[in-house]
Design a protein around this ligand. Structure first.
Ligand code: DC
Length: 207
């Protein structure tokens, strides 16, 4: 069984995807981490995010420690959003995601283009969303819990800029697949959001 979960940053898609993976006993891939790894590589080398060529050279994502706390920092989030707009960077990361999606037994993948590009034939697709204000509050909480600096107004501005970039880029923009179920988590707590996600997936699987 293949489950695709897409949506903007801090919508809750990561938490929901991990819960779906645990519930359905499936492996999970957070594809945003691949773009964050490219961003961190580039940043550490002193590369220029405005250069597609330099971003492509930073695509050796296996070189990045997946537990590096910098991966979730705001500067890296912003660079990840910029480098993810480059078609060559997206192509360089596509095989890894498709292989994960096609493994026997299935998988859960979350990102921006899973239901549209990486796994358009997924059995169930969720598009998880929430208001930008609620997402900024969640991101601030998450950053503070990780011991990273965070200011609400800055994070909100950044989230809106990232939404705009992720949605308006020419290659694989963030958009809802035609056959995705929308899950708006604005007024849901974590438990409610997970329960609704499981219900939507179960409903799709019965169809
Ligand atoms: O989900 P996230 O915030 O960790 O993703 C970081 C950036 O990576 C985000 O700004 C857009 C990009 N991304 C993407 O373009 N495609 C994906 N499948 C996942 C993430």
């Amino acid at each position: 069984m293949l489950i695709a979960v897409d949506g903007p940053g801090a919508s809750g898609k990561g938490t929901i995807s991990r819960a779906l993976a645990a519930h359905f006993h499936l492996p999970h891939m957070d594809t945003g981490m691949l773009y964050r790894a490219v961003a961190l590589n580039l940043w550490r080398w002193g590369g220029d995010p405005a250069s597609e060529f330099e971003a492509l050279r930073a695509c050796d994502v296996a070189a990045v420690d997946p537990d590096d706390p910098e991966l979730r920092s705001e500067p890296i989030s912003s660079i990840a959003s910029r480098v993810s707009a480059y078609p060559s960077v997206r192509t360089a990361l596509l095989d890894r995601q498709r292989q994960f999606a096609q493994q026997p037994g299935g998988a859960v993948l979350d990102g921006r283009d899973i239901g549209t590009i990486v796994a358009p034939d997924a059995d169930a697709k969720l598009f998880v969303t929430a208001s930008s204000e609620v997402r900024a509050q969640r991101r601030v909480r998450e950053l503070l819990e990780r011991g990273l600096p965070a200011h609400y107004e800055d994070v909100l501005t950044d989230i809106r800029a990232r939404d705009e970039r992720d949605s308006s880029r020419a290659t694989a923009p963030l958009r809802q697949a035609g056959d995705a179920d929308v899950l708006d988590t604005t007024s849901l707590n974590v438990g409610e959001a997970i329960a609704e996600a499981i219900r939507l997936v179960d409903q799709r699987l019965k169809k």
